[in-house]
Design a protein around this ligand. Structure first.
Ligand code: NAD
Ligand code: GLY
Length: 368
């Protein structure tokens, strides 16, 4: 097992990464203050992993909340079901919530912990690759609103993160690929040697080689922890972690939550962000080809849906959380491994870029 620390002063916490950690409760029990625990999971993950987790937590008053599975249930209504259960079972302010699941469960459990009785403790046990490399680390929690993704939420850091790569063995291929999109993101934004490593090891990752997966989770978490430690509440640099997300969130919202996976939308969004960086002359076209090729090896989409128009992109991008005083900020690349947040892209430049991308796409669709 390997342990990293997210360095946030008095709120610092460990990320434990390894195989078979789900039953190693010695890593989480010392963090639990009271005698009450509520495990928040969903109907897919519960039959796979809830019993293993529970059998080592018998000394606690335990409540289970099993949510329906899917991004479309990441809502305030479902969040309320968590509060109903906690109140029904008389959980007090020393309770600890445990998120057992992917990013949807983790974000909802974290937000429930941030709100319940004005804030209780929580622990992340991420079970998707995406959650292990991204959503369980850094304290962003929340739910979607019909008008925008993750629009209702709070920063609330977990007490610890336990990432067991064994659980990835049951993950559907499409979900594994969606997680790899976020892994590739770290190579692009902060870690050029990691991008090279990914190009060399992508076959092993797709074959779920345990050692390769552990290395990918570790390197991703190292990159994320470093960025979060420097800018916990996203006043500046942390926004680079949203590379590809401004275009990606527009795609995800347009398609309806749950139709394109988050990582799939991010994959296309990253290609668009690299493409814009190339068209601005900031990076070489070769990087666009390398990015596209790596994502395609994972069977991830690299072009936006054929029915998205410039207008739909612009409308959905205008409610992005990175909009400040009406000015959209984009995350682009200055070079491989160096992302920047920029407000330099004017509305006209963005419209011209979207027009070019969508026209090229429509030509491709007509000739294919
Ligand atoms: P998800 O939580 O929907 O999980 C994907 C699917 O895999 C679900 O059907 C789930 O039930 C299933 N699953 C989970 N673990 C499994 C396992 N071990 N075996 C078999 N099936 C399993 O999706 P996700 O990709 O994990 O997370 C996406 C969410 O994360 C989005 O809502 C996104 O907004 C959020 N997110 C948050 C942050 C953050 O910083 N908080 C960062 C990135 C993404
Ligand atoms: N996934 C973006 C962030 O954590 O900031």
């Amino acid at each position: 097992m390997q342990t990293l620390t997210v360095d946030l002063g008095t709120r610092s916490y460990p990320i434990h990464i390894g195989s078979g950690l789900l039953t190693r409760m010695e890593w989480i029990v010392p963090h639990i203050r009271g005698h009450q625990i509520a495990i928040i999971t969903n109907e897919t993950v519960a039959p796979l992993y809830l019993e293993s987790l529970k059998q080592n937590l018998t000394d606690f008053q335990l409540t289970e909340v099993i949510l329906p599975d899917g991004e479309q249930y990441k809502t305030l209504d479902e969040l309320n079901r968590i509060f109903d259960r906690l109140l029904e079972q008389r959980h007090n302010r020393t309770t600890t919530l445990i998120a057992l699941g992917g990013g949807v469960v983790g974000d909802m459990c974290g937000f429930a912990a941030a709100c319940y009785q004005r804030g209780v403790d929580f622990i992340q046990i991420p079970t998707t690759l995406l959650a292990q490399v991204d959503s369980s680390v850094g304290g962003k929690t929340g739910v979607n609103h019909p008008r925008g993704k993750n629009m209702i939420g709070a920063f609330h850091q977990p007490l610890c993160v336990l990432a067991d790569v064994n659980v990835l063995s049951t993950l559907p291929d499409r979900e594994l690929a969606a997680g790899l999109a976020e892994v590739i993101k770290y190579g692009l934004i902060t870690d050029a040697p990691f991008f090279d490593w990914l190009e060399q090891n992508i076959d092993k990752l797709l074959a779920r080689d345990e050692q390769a997966l552990t290395e990918a989770v570790l390197r991703s978490c190292q990159n994320k922890a470093q960025v979060v430690a420097g800018d916990e509440k996203e006043h500046g640099r942390r926004a680079i972690l949203n590379f590809g997300h401004t275009f990606g969130h527009a795609i995800e919202t347009h398609q309806g939550y749950g139709n394109w996976l988050h990582g799939e939308a991010v994959a296309t969004g990253m290609v668009m962000a690299v493409d814009l960086s190339v068209r601005l002359g900031w990076v070489q076209p070769e990087l666009r080809e390398r990015t596209r090729a790596l994502l395609q090896q994972c069977a991830l989409p690299v072009t936006p849906p054929g029915d998205m128009t410039q207008e739909s992109f612009l409308a959905l991008m205008s409610i992005d959380k990175k909009v400040v005083s009406g000015q959209l900020r984009l995350v682009l690349l200055k070079r491989l491994g160096q992302a920047v947040v920029t407000s330099e892209i004017t509305q006209e430049r963005l419209e011209e870029f979207l027009h070019m991308v969508l026209t090229e796409l429509s030509h491709q669709l007509q000739t294919s």
